[in-house]
Ligand binder design. Structure first.
Ligand SMILES: [Zn+2]
Length: 106
């Protein structure tokens, strides 16, 4: 069962809806990703983005298996984004994936 975008844009940390950013292609054919950014000032992920992927048919992939955090875990963290990595936010997100979100600032 696929998750909904309304669900996917909720911050994994505070549960509030994030700021929906630009849609861009991922490294999977036909799959786009949208960066969502938390704008809740009290959230530890304030101003931090996560990625939501969109399938070619417009559906959202099943968020995550039980016990896993939604967001960047939709991607294989061993296979970081390699295309179009010119955006600071994407670099930041990859750092979270690599360092298990222990690094707050780039
Ligand atoms: Zn948040």
């Amino acid at each position: 069962m696929a998750g909904s975008f309304e669900e996917a844009k909720l911050c994994p940390k505070c549960g509030n809806a994030g700021d929906v950013g630009a849609r861009r292609p991922s490294d999977l054919p036909g799959v786009d990703v949208i960066t969502i950014t938390c704008r809740t000032a009290t959230c530890r992920w304030y101003d931090t983005g996560w990625l939501v992927s969109i399938n070619p048919d417009g559906s959202i992939p099943d968020p995550t298996p039980d016990g896993m955090v939604r967001g960047e875990k939709q991607f294989d963290t061993k296979k970081l984004l390699v295309q179009g990595v010119t955006d600071d936010l994407i670099v930041k997100i990859n750092r979270y994936a690599e360092h298990d979100d222990s690094i707050r600032e780039v």
